[in-house]
Ligand binder design. Structure first.
Ligand SMILES: CC(C)(COP(=O)(O)OP(=O)(O)OC[C@H]1O[C@@H](n2cnc3c(N)ncnc32)[C@H](O)[C@@H]1OP(=O)(O)O)[C@@H](O)C(=O)NCCC(=O)NCCS
Length: 166
């Protein structure tokens, strides 16, 4: 568990389902995700079960709590890959940055990785800016990397090397 000024980062639990479904069923939150908004709670349940059952050898992922509610998730969901999503009611207050500034050092301590990577839709300005602010740099771009519904989307690839030991 990690506490920041405003947030609590902790492991996922199955009773996060309702709060998490509010996030994963929200069209704005899911606009640049790798699937369409969840219209059935079973879809979110599958996602959450994956988080709850994830191996600590390959994942260091957190539910983000704000004022006692789960407002999103942030962390390393698959070895070396960072992922985050927050409910739009809480965007634009620096919460994603606060969560990831706490989660990233934990990820590097917990997992045997020499870098973190991210794959972002080039239209996702908030995510591009967030990664830049966290010190990630662009390593490449590709077109038509994923189909979500009827739409083909492009990718910008980012990485953050493991910080040098002091
Ligand atoms: C990406 C996301 C997590 C950002 O959350 P947030 O809490 O609003 O981000 P922050 O407030 O910490 O802002 C981080 C930076 O991005 C900037 N930013 C936020 N929203 C922005 C927007 N819509 N356009 C441009 N910049 C934006 C902020 O100004 C800040 O930069 P600054 O410090 O220079 O001012 C949030 O928009 C989200 O959950 N999106 C949906 C899920 C998603 O797309 N995840 C990423 C998949 S790759």
């Amino acid at each position: 568990m990690i506490e920041t000024d405003r947030l609590l980062l902790r492991r996922a639990r199955m009773d996060d389902l309702e709060d998490l479904h509010c996030v994963f069923s929200h069209p704005a939150a899911m606009r640049y995700w790798d699937c369409l908004p969840h219209d059935k709670i079973e879809q979110t349940k599958r996602f959450l079960s994956g988080m709850v059952g994830a191996s600590p050898k390959t994942s260091d992922d957190f539910i983000v709590e704000y004022k006692g509610r789960a407002i999103g998730k942030a962390g390393c969901w698959r070895l070396g890959e960072i992922g985050y999503i927050f409910h739009p009611d809480h965007w634009g207050k620096g919460l994603a940055q606060e969560a990831l500034r706490a989660a990233i050092p934990h990820v590097f301590e917990s997992l045997p990785i020499d870098k973190l990577v991210a794959d972002v839709d080039p239209r996702n300005s908030a995510s591009l800016r967030l990664l830049e602010r966290l010190g990630f740099t662009v390593t490449g771009r590709a077109e038509r990397t994923i189909q979500v519904g009827d739409e083909w989307c492009d990718s910008v690839y980012f990485e953050l090397p493991r910080p040098m030991a002091d």
